[in-house]
Design a protein around this ligand. Structure first.
Ligand code: ZN
Length: 370
């Protein structure tokens, strides 16, 4: 993520903090100074919030290590003011794997709460430990070690329970989807889980305006609602990509070819009239190269319009068959850094496919499904 700084690594997984993280620390320090008084209060609150984020990191590490164990690569963990994000390189394939990876996070929080709870029990004795009003007073009013532990126990319980809410992007949403995916298809499970999440979000928003409510719940509700929609759209689009084939997205317009000895200036001029900026380079009806839009513009900037096509075209390029899944074409475009790929039927060159063509096919399909 942009604006993040690496602060360490655990088991080969980078831990980063986003620069906005500093605001939550400053905010905590200011709160501590005003609630508990002076430097001591500020220092106490700062330590408390930093320890809380250690717990958030452990939660994300739980997801990450579980994912890695199941063969899913983990990019890094980034800490933001709203919590942590572990970035997985792919989605777990089996529903049971997703269920396991999602469940580990809240479980880590419950284990921490249990461990610290035992410390409290040991320090205070059973009589005070079960005295809820005493615990509440400890948490609110003082800056002792005991109150710090009480704060961390309750914060971990809240984190664990909050993440179990069955709504994306919370872990509970992923668990619900994985659970449903045991019986039905992954896109359908996602659709149902997303709808459940959206209903929960609306419920949260209504709760915000009730006598027990807090206006910040509206923000949480918005976060949950958009998170659920986003997850649903992403999964449906990916499913569509798998179902659609390259020939479904291949444009019907004729593709203009250029010759290896053409100049870039003449190609540019032709492209301007034809509305085409990716070109197959053909000599005697054989495809010799690809002059993609990004390469064309780069070459025009660097060496100018008198350069010949054969000096800048790519001779080495991936090709797709018109019966390949669209998802494969999209992946190849992303990997090759080309803006267009040649499509073949056996040895016959059919035309070029671009990201726009793929997106258009997806939109068309979504439109027809309405
Ligand atoms: Zn989580």
């Amino acid at each position: 993520m942009k604006g993040s700084l690496k602060i360490g690594a655990v088991g080969g997984i980078d831990i980063k903090i986003h620069f906005t993280f500093i605001f939550i620390v400053l905010w905590a320090a200011a709160q501590g100074a005003s609630d508990m008084g002076g430097m001591r209060g500020a220092a106490f609150a700062t330590v408390s919030v930093l320890l809380l984020f250690v717990c958030v990191t452990l939660h994300e590490l739980g997801h990450s290590l579980a994912a890695r164990r199941l063969g899913v690569r983990v990019r890094d963990i980034t800490l933001l003011p709203i919590g942590g994000v572990a970035r997985l390189e792919s989605m777990p394939q089996k529903p049971s794997h997703e269920l396991f990876i999602a469940a580990i996070g809240p479980l880590v929080n419950f284990v921490i709460a249990l461990g610290l709870g035992l410390v409290l029990l040991f320090m205070m004795g059973a009589r005070l430990f079960f005295n809820l009003s005493y615990l509440a007073r400890l948490m609110l009013g003082s800056d002792s070690f005991l109150s710090l532990v009480v704060y961390l126990v309750s914060a971990n319980l809240v984190l664990g329970v909050f993440n179990l809410i069955p709504a994306f992007p919370m872990d509970g949403g992923r668990m619900l989807r994985a659970f449903l995916a045991i019986w039905t298809s992954y896109p359908r499970a996602t659709r149902i889980a997303a709808r459940v999440g959206q209903v929960m979000a609306i419920g949260l928003a209504l709760l915000a305006f009730s006598p027990f409510g807090n206006i910040s719940l509206v923000l949480v509700a918005l976060f949950v609602f958009t998170g659920a929609s986003y997850e649903d759209q992403m999964v449906q689009a990916r499913a569509a990509l798998r179902e659609l084939l390259v020939r479904h997205a291949l444009p019907l317009r004729p593709v203009h070819a250029v010759a290896p000895e053409d100049t870039l200036a003449s190609v540019m001029e032709m492209g301007h009239y034809a509305g085409q900026y990716d070109f197959p380079v053909v000599r005697e009806r054989i495809l010799e190269g690809i002059l993609a839009r990004n390469d064309l513009l780069e070459a025009l900037r660097q060496v100018g319009g008198t350069t010949r096509v054969e000096q800048t075209m790519r001779r080495d390029f991936p090709r797709v068959s018109f019966d390949d899944p669209l998802q494969y074409a999209q992946q190849l475009i992303a990997q090759s850094g080309l803006t267009a790929l040649p499509v073949f039927d056996q040895a016959r060159f059919l035309g070029l496919i671009t990201l726009e063509d793929i997106n258009r096919a997806l939109v068309d399909r979504a439109w027809r499904r309405r």
